[in-house]
Structures are given as C-alpha cells and as structure tokens.
Design a protein around this ligand. Structure first.
Ligand SMILES: NC(=O)C1=CN([C@@H]2O[C@H](COP(=O)(O)OP(=O)(O)OC[C@H]3O[C@@H](n4cnc5c(N)ncnc54)[C@H](OP(=O)(O)O)[C@@H]3O)[C@@H](O)[C@H]2O)C=CC1
Ligand SMILES: O=C(O)CCC(=O)C(=O)O
Length: 479
C-alpha cells in the first residue's frame, strides 16, 4: 500500500484506490491510500505550521532540495518513465520524455530560488526610499489532472517551493503512482516535515476541502473547465488566489504554400501523440482549398501506418486511452460527428486488446473530413485521438476559423510564407503560437498558458511562475 505524506509521516487512509494499467487491465500498478477530509485538514495544518520557517529558509537551502530532487528524477528516468507509461498509457518514449521534463523543471526552479529579486525605486517624496520585494503566498493547494502525472505536479510544486511556499498536492485519483514517487523523492531530498504534503484521494472530497479551507492561501488547478469553474467560484467566495489551466479546442492551420511533410508530421503529432490527451492537442485542422485533398490523403496514409498498442511495447506510436470513461467519451464524440454529417476518413475503431492479447482501452486515431465549424466536434473538447478537418477558402478565412472558439490555449500554422507566419503570430487569439511545429510539446523554461476559457490567472512555468507563487510588497522608508 502506498501511503499519503502528511507532516513528514507516511499515513494510511481510510480507503484505497486501485491503480490499473490501461494497456492491460489485468495489471494492478499498486494500491494507493485515499485520504478523507480529516486527513486533508491535517495536511493543510502541517503545511501551515511549516510555512513560517520555510518562507525564511535561505535560497541556498531551497536550491539544494530542488536540485537534489531534479537530479534524482533525471537519474531514475527509465524506471519512473516505465511507471508513468504503465499507469497513464502514454508510450514509453513519451513517458521518459515527461520524466526528463519534470527533472529539468526542478533544476530550473532550483536556480530561480537563487534569483528572486526586487527593485529599489526613488520615491516622489524627498528623503523616502521605496523597495519592491516578493514574498511567498503561504500554503498552496495543487490540484492536478491525470494526463501528465509527473510534469504537471512538477511544474506546480517546484516554483511553489522555490519561492518559499508550503504545499498540499492532490494528484488525480487515476494516476497516483508518479505523484507518490515525487513525494518520496522530495522527502528524501531534505525538505523539512510539513513543507510538502501528499493527499491522494477523490476530487469531490480531498479537492473540495482544499478549495473550502481558509488555511489554504492559493490554489493552482489543471483539469476540466467544469471543475475549473468550481475552483474559481470557491476561491472568489473566500478571497483565495487561484490559477486555472483548462481545456482547448486548438486549431492547426495548413496553408497552400505549406511543406506537406512538415504539415502532416506536425498535425499527426499534435492530434494523436499521447493519444490526443493533451490540453495543447490540435483537434481542428483548418486547411486551405489548394492543398486540402493532398493533405487529407497524406494524413490518411500516415495514420494507417501508426501502431496502436501497449504503451510499453517497443514500436508503439499510440498507447491506450486512459480509462473506460474517457474511451466512452471519445466514442460518443465519434458517433456525434457521424450523426452531424461528418465523414470518417479513417480510424475511430475501439480495439479490445493489444497485439499480445492484453485487454485495454485501445482506439485507432480518427480523422473526420467535410466538417463545418458549428459541429460539436469542432466546438467541444474530446480529449482523445479524434481530429477533424475544416476546409477554408484562403488565409484570412483560416485565421478567422482558428479564432472562432471559446478557447485560446495553443494554435499552430504550417506555411512557408514569412508574411503569413508573422501575421498569424500577432493575430492568433491564443497563449501559445507554433509555426511549422506541433501545437503540443512545449519547452519547460518559458511561460505556459492560454487566453479566453482555457486559462485564468498568471502564467505557469519559466520565470513568469513567480507571479502566482509570490506576492509583491512595496515598502517605504523615511531616511
Ligand atoms: N486541460 C487539461 O490539461 C485536462 C483536461 N481534462 C478534461 O477534463 C475531462 C475530465 O477529466 P477529469 O480528470 O475528470 O478532470 P477533472 O477536472 O475532474 O479533474 C482534474 C483534477 O480536479 C480534481 N477534482 C475533481 N472534482 C473536484 C472538485 N469538486 N473539487 C476539487 N477538485 C476536483 C480531480 O480529482 P479526481 O481525479 O481525483 O476526481 C483531479 O485531480 C477530460 O475528458 C478532458 O476533457 C482532463 C485532464 C487534463
Ligand atoms: O503540450 C504540452 O507539452 C503540455 C500539455 C499539457 O500541459 C496538458 O495537456 O495538460
């Protein structure tokens, strides 16, 4: 049984959850304790008690802990990557890549702990000095989704600790294994008791207590729009700071002048890698008339060569969907698109087992053509390997279609035209814009986040993370 970490102690829960491998549902990854409300309160109280000393710890102390954690994650990339692929279902290379990203994030924020700066500004009044400094926010509650079991916890935990906050992490109930490993690594890296607490369990119980508890000063959340709206309402009601990263319906524009190979490689990666389960995935391909038929033919050709199989099997391009519920959602959207009159060009077939006969949640990547912007498949996030093509007259229409969504996380374009690339970068209504690159798969040291219904609050990652995990103080001194 893998236990929760509360005030430096491993604590059993009143219940347990079974972590199941989506590539082989006979394979039990492990049993993980589920905290209840009382244990969540104990974790929050521990974080509160530990905050004072940690908020005043030297930058060198914070650097040492984060650097040690990053070094261990990187050294254990193969083992942690295997666990991640086993519990979540992304392919082994993708999973190892995610672990490396998590390790690099800890290393990056170790450095940021040393670089917390301030400003000295002359006052408008004679003899007065003004200093602007950053202080930690306090106890932060981190609520994370299942699709990046180690990278998303890492990019919330590392800046929180680097800037002197104490932490209570609630990972997604579906994938507690990678988060448990992170907790174990942080404990052994020398964090004082109570500075980092892990409370695995249900969102409706553990997550809800984090939102309601007045001892939690800030909440950083990644997940669905529906839960994000609850987080916002709860935090506004009690004046807590909050940050939300939610869904996307990310477009990828392909212009007549695009390099076809570049366009297809980027579209396939964006839409189908990690089984399409990325908030940055592009699920709308907006293709201008002159290249449309060639592009669709090349996509179908490439997609039929993709191997859908066990995530840990060498040669697998696309692993299983994360669980039965998500698979049902993907299949429902495929049925909706067909009923709305879209043409299924290829894929969309649920496979009951891997090539070795292991029962799992396999789905061949689906491409719809002949779709119109108003169809639900082009408006709502599916969160699976399901992509649609919309035909556009020219660049201007393609840009308008790309922006015609309530979301604004990531957007991309394939073009060889400097003029169009430059115009697109300026006029795309999204937080992240990619030219001749997949919309998904971002760097770990630069800001991450979106606009419109995708995100709320300051950006995550890079030096911009300081905006959420610190609060600014302006101090005046009369000499
Ligand atoms: N943008 C993104 O990165 C992601 C988007 N999604 C989208 O969301 C859909 C559903 O996925 P799902 O994992 O259920 O997303 P949720 O938003 O339900 O889950 C995200 C996190 O919030 C927690 N949570 C759930 N309910 C509450 C609550 N009432 N109070 C506080 N925390 C809560 C979850 O806990 P627990 O899981 O333990 O219930 C999980 O840790 C997907 O199909 C996809 O469309 C999903 C994942 C990531
Ligand atoms: O595309 C990426 O690299 C990150 C995606 C992500 O953060 C998400 O899907 O939640």
């Amino acid at each position: 049984m893998f236990k929760n970490l509360i005030n430096g102690e491993w604590v059993d829960g009143p219940r347990a959850s079974r972590n199941i491998n989506p590539s082989d549902t006979r394979d039990l990854v492990g049993e993980y304790a589920q905290a209840d409300v009382a244990q969540t309160r104990a974790a929050i109280a521990a974080a509160r008690a530990a905050f004072g000393a940690w908020s005043l710890a030297t930058p060198q102390r914070r650097f040492d802990v984060l650097d040690a954690a990053g070094a261990e994650i990187l050294a254990r990339r193969a083992e942690l990557g295997d666990l991640l692929a086993r519990e979540e279902g992304k392919t082994l290379p993708e999973a190892i890549g995610e672990v490396v990203r998590a390790g690099n994030i800890f290393k990056f924020f170790a450095g940021e702990a040393l670089r917390v700066g301030g400003e000295v500004i002359p006052s408008v009044r004679p003899g007065v000095g003004v200093e602007v400094t950053r202080e930690p926010v306090g106890v932060v509650g981190l609520i994370t989704p299942w699709n990046f079991p180690i990278a998303i916890p890492a990019w919330k935990i590392a800046p929180a600790l680097a800037f002197g906050n104490s932490v209570v992490l609630k990972p997604a109930d579906l994938v507690p294994g990678s988060a448990w490993q992170l907790a174990d690594i942080l404990k052994r890296a020398g964090l004082p008791d109570g500075v980092f607490n892990l409370v695995m369990g249900r969102g409706s119980e553990v997550g809800a207590e984090l939102l309601e508890n007045r001892q939690v000063d800030a909440i950083s959340f990644t997940g669905s729009v529906a839960t994000g709206q609850r987080v916002a309402a709860a935090c506004v009601a009690r004046g807590a700071k909050f940050q939300l990263e939610m869904g996307g319906k990310n477009p990828f524009v392909v212009l007549d002048d695009a390099d076809l190979d570049v366009a297809v490689a980027a579209a396939v990666n964006s839409g189908f890698f990690s089984t399409g389960q990325r908030c940055t995935a592009s699920s709308r391909l907006i293709v201008t008339e002159g290249i449309h038929d060639r592009f669709v033919a090349a996509m179908v050709d490439r997609m039929t060569s993709l191997r859908v199989d066990d995530a840990r099997q060498a040669g697998t391009d696309i692993g299983p969907v994360v669980d039965e519920r998500q698979l049902a959602q993907d299949l429902e959207y495929i049925a909706i698109a067909r009923a709305e009159g879209a043409t299924l060009a290829v894929g969309g077939e649920a496979l009951p087992a891997s090539s070795a006969g292991a029962p799992g949640f396999y789905l061949t990547p689906a491409l719809f053509t002949g779709t119109s912007p108003a169809m639900r498949i082009n408006q709502e996030e599916v969160f699976g390997p399901v992509v649609s093509v919309i035909k556009a007259k020219d660049y201007d229409e393609a840009l308008a279609l790309a922006n015609d969504t309530p979301f604004g996380l990531a957007t991309g374009i394939a073009t060889t035209s400097l003029k169009h690339a430059t115009h697109f970068k300026r006029h795309a209504q999204a937080g992240m814009v990619m030219v001749n690159l997949p919309t998904a798969g971002v760097d770990y040291h630069v800001p991450f986040g979106g606009r419109k219904a995708s995100s709320h609050g300051p950006r995550e990652q890079g030096k911009y993370a300081a905006e959420f995990y610190t609060t600014v103080k302006t101090a005046y001194t009369q000499a």
